[in-house]
Design a protein around this ligand. Structure first.
Ligand code: ZN
Length: 351
């Protein structure tokens, strides 16, 4: 395993959202990201989202999530992913300023200096770049002051400040965003993955710009801004409107979805009492994923401590509130305990 001595936590589960090896490429770039989130949800979100980064930096920790010898999915650009190490940073303020705490920058500077020294990467703005400087449209890394980060890393290495001009932001790449070896598309904008191909349907997940998702093809659903093309994810079989990606190229047309037909797996408000509510659940403990909202129901998997997942409803049973969603691997409705109804025990948060 290759990694930094400054990382204090290792081996987080990124849900397989990375690629083994680097296809022979040398590491010569560091790409700087921000979470676009003030909640420390990384790497939990990468279990359900087709993205990852090598490191997550917060004011109190440097977390290594992907081996440096492997390719993380962070830059929204395959060639850049192969040659770079991606560093995510927790935000200290939200939109629109998206600041990053000085303690986080300080930790990151030690990490950047260490990576530069180990790989012989020049510590300058030509090699330490913002995600937005990879040819893709993204606002990442928000208000993070990358010049301050680079110069602090240089200081740690005993080098004078980098006075070279900042890297100009290139125009978004006009080329199709599809990888040639499959149906992966990158998200050019933050976008919702929905249960059905219509904006009236519930949100299954939200992906940030730069995320890669594998698609089977597209269906014809609700027309939005003149296009009725909705991409269908290979993994979850959910839908995202083509406008959040670089465009649909070479993916098969899967036909028209009859939106007036009853949606499969829609929350029930009838006999089993499931109440429709969209949100994200984050577990405070390792929790059992069950086939029914009951402590005696079969447990089919574990919801890891710190992990989060979108849910589309809840049900109260046995004095417990259970959140519910369609499982990623089973495609069947599953339940996870959130809290006792009297709040005497709380196992996770919803937001
Ligand atoms: Zn980014």
């Amino acid at each position: 395993m290759a990694g930094s001595k400054f990382a204090t936590e290792y081996n987080f589960n990124v849900g397989g959202h990375m690629a083994a090896g680097r296809q022979g490429h040398k590491v010569d770039r560091i790409v700087i990201h921000h979470n676009a989130n003030t909640n420390d949800v990384v790497p939990g979100v990468w279990q359900s989202r087709a993205s990852s980064a090598h490191y997550q930096v917060t004011p109190t920790a440097v977390r290594q999530c992907v081996d440096e010898n492997n390719t993380a999915w962070h830059a929204g650009n395959w060639a850049m992913n192969l040659r770079s190490i991606g560093i995510e940073h927790l935000n200290s303020t939200g939109a629109p300023s998206w600041q990053v705490a000085p303690e986080t920058i300080e930790r990151s500077a030690h990490l950047v200096a260490d990576i530069c020294q180990r790989y012989g990467i020049p510590c300058d703005r030509g090699h330490i770049i913002k995600h937005s400087e990879v040819p893709r449209s993204t606002a990442c890394p928000g208000g993070l002051d990358i010049d301050k980060l680079v110069n602090r890393a240089r200081e740690l290495m005993g080098q004078p400040a980098d006075t070279s001009a900042p890297v100009p932001t290139p125009a978004p790449a006009p080329a199709p965003a599809q990888k040639s070896d499959g149906g992966y598309l990158s998200f050019d904008y933050r976008g919702n993955v929905r249960n059905e191909p219509t904006t009236k349907s519930g949100v299954f997940a939200t992906y940030d710009a730069g995320a890669w998702v594998k698609f089977d093809g597209y269906v014809h659903g609700e027309s939005v801004n003149g296009s009725d093309k909705w991409l269908r994810s290979s993994r979850s079989k959910k839908y995202v409107h083509e406008s959040v990606t670089g465009g649909v190229y070479g993916l098969p047309d899967l036909g028209t979805v009859n939106l007036s037909a009853p949606a499969s797996n829609t929350p029930q408000t009838g006999s089993n009492g499931l109440v429709a509510q969209n949100g994200t659940y984050k577990a405070y403990f390792n929790m059992k994923i069950r086939t029914a909202p009951s402590l005696s129901a079969q447990s089919i998997d574990t919801f890891d401590k710190g992990a989060s997942h979108s849910y589309d409803g809840y049900v109260d049973n046995e004095g417990i509130r259970w959140i519910s969603f369609i499982g990623d691997t089973t495609n069947k409705r599953v339940y996870v305990a959130r809290r006792k109804l009297d709040n005497s025990e709380i196992w996770g948060e919803c937001y």
